[in-house]
Design a binder for this molecule. Structure first.
Ligand code: ACO
Length: 329
């Protein structure tokens, strides 16, 4: 068995939904029209008491295991892609997930590649299965970016939401993952980063002195994202020997509806193939791709044989494409 396929998918969102109008009511100097027009976002979910990156990761991981019909003791590696680890430093969120889900004493570690983290984690897990003893891997992407947003910065606070998505990857007799490309360019690290040094307003309205917060040069990120995605998707399609017409679904990182539409047009991807959850969940960072994949799965839109392209981009700057054949029926 030299192939690896996605055999389960799941997601978990915080119970608190915050609409654009809720943000306006909270005092953010913005409007529902502005946010929808510039980003496509209508609402997002934000963690509240008892919820965190860990609880979201565990919820999504548990659902993916159930969806795959794989027992926790059969998981050979746990990877959690996140920029908001449960603890700054250690233990890793993945170790906490391993314990919470009753997974054996297998490798468990976090992956830092911002919003591209899910693609990076998929490729890493893929190699754990093809190159080692693992038959199944649990790959989770979980972020609670609301905890590192400066809620006084209307340029960023309206864009992000919290959530987690997960897949089980398994050794397979037939091809699942068909092509994968990971990229980085650290010279662009400054356009999107978790900075420190300014007092930050929390969602609850208190002030943290010198806490980490997300800094973004929105226009530059927009431009770099479009250029890098177009190049990497073109490369991926060539590598797989297919065209955009052969794709069944395209799951972009849900950063901005306009980025997805512009890139879709440049690559001649039919608009109905673009999976979108940004309107209801906002930008959930690394989690947005598996959350959207789970959304497609719940709608019954994923059929065996479908070609699904997943495209991540974000801080680093990092970007990546993963092409999979859906093998679940
Ligand atoms: N509400 C109302 N007005 C606002 C808001 C807001 N929330 N935010 C900014 N504005 C104002 C600005 O102050 C500015 O006003 P001015 O003209 O008087 O100076 C005006 O709107 C235009 O601001 P821009 O920043 O130029 O607006 P733009 O059209 O570029 O849209 C946006 C901003 C949505 C952030 C856009 O640049 C974007 O989507 N960039 C990509 C962001 C992205 O993809 N980030 C995530 C990628 S990686 C990751 O997920 C971590």
């Amino acid at each position: 068995m030299s192939y690896v396929a996605i055999t389960g998918v799941g997601s978990c969102l915080p119970k608190r939904q915050v609409t654009n109008d809720d943000l306006v009511a909270r005092g953010v100097d913005t409007s529902d029209d502005w946010i929808r027009d510039r980003s496509g976002i209508g609402a997002r979910h934000i963690v509240s008491e008892g919820e965190s990156t860990l609880t979201l990761a565990v919820g999504a991981g548990r659902m993916a295991l159930a969806n795959a019909g794989v027992a926790p003791e059969d998981i050979g590696v746990v990877i959690v892609a996140t920029s908001t680890q449960e603890y700054a430093g250690f233990p890793s969120t993945a170790c906490l997930v391993q314990h919470e889900l009753g997974i054996g004493s297998v490798p468990a570690f976090d992956m830092a590649a911002a919003c591209t983290g899910f693609n990076y984690a998929l490729t890493t897990a893929h190699h754990f299965i093809t190159g080692g003893p693992a038959k199944h891997a649990l790959v989770i992407a979980a972020d609670a970016l609301s905890s590192i947003i400066n809620w006084a910065d209307r340029g960023t606070c309206v864009l992000f939401g919290d959530g987690a998505g997960a897949v089980v990857l398994s050794a397979s007799d037939s091809p699942g993952i068909l092509s994968e490309q990971l990229y980085s360019d650290g010279s662009l690290g400054d356009i999107l980063k978790v900075d420190q040094g300014e007092p930050r307003e929390t969602f609850e309205g208190t002030h943290d002195a010198l806490a980490p917060y997300v800094f973004m040069e929105g226009r530059k990120v927009f431009k770099v994202a479009v250029e890098s995605i177009v190049k990497s998707v073109t490369h991926c399609l060539l590598d797989a020997g297919i065209t955009a017409d052969d794709l069944t679904h395209v799951v972009f990182h849900q950063a901005n509806q306009r980025i997805m539409s512009v890139v879709g047009d440049k690559l001649n991807i039919a608009p109905e193939k673009l999976a979108m959850t940004i309107e209801k969940y906002g930008n959930t960072s690394a989690a947005s791709i598996p959350i959207t994949l789970d959304d497609l799965n719940k709608q019954g839109a994923l059929k065996a044989g479908d070609l699904v392209l997943m495209v991540g981009f974000g801080g680093g700057f990092t970007w990546a494409t993963t092409l999979v054949k859906w093998t679940k029926s």
